[in-house]
Design a protein around this ligand. Structure first.
Ligand code: FES
Length: 75
C-alpha cells in the first residue's frame, strides 16, 4: 500500500463540482487556497452556485473542510 503524506483534500481525484459553469474541484480548492474563504468570494470568482444551486452544499462542505469551519452556509 502507498502511503501519501498529503492531506485528504490533495488525494481526491479532480471532478466537476459545478456542472452549470464547468467548475472543477481543483479550481475551487485553488481559489480557497488563494483567499476565497467564503461562499460569496467563490461565487464572485467562479460563478459557482449561481445556476441551479445544486453544487452549493458540496462547496460549503469543501469550504468547511479547508477553512476549519469558516464557511457561510446561508443557502
Ligand atoms: S451546478 Fe453549480 S450552479 Fe448548478
Amino acid at each position: 500500500m502507498e502511503d501519501h503524506p498529503k492531506g485528504l483534500i490533495e488525494q481526491k481525484p479532480d471532478y466537476l463540482i459545478c456542472t452549470c459553469w464547468g467548475v472543477m474541484y481543483s479550481e475551487i480548492v485553488d481559489a480557497i487556497k488563494n483567499g476565497a474563504t467564503d461562499f460569496q468570494a467563490l461565487q464572485d470568482q467562479l460563478m459557482v452556485g449561481t445556476g441551479c444551486s445544486s453544487c452549493v452544499p458540496e462547496i460549503n462542505e469543501l469550504l468547511h473542510e479547508l477553512t476549519g469551519g469558516g464557511s457561510d452556509e446561508r443557502l
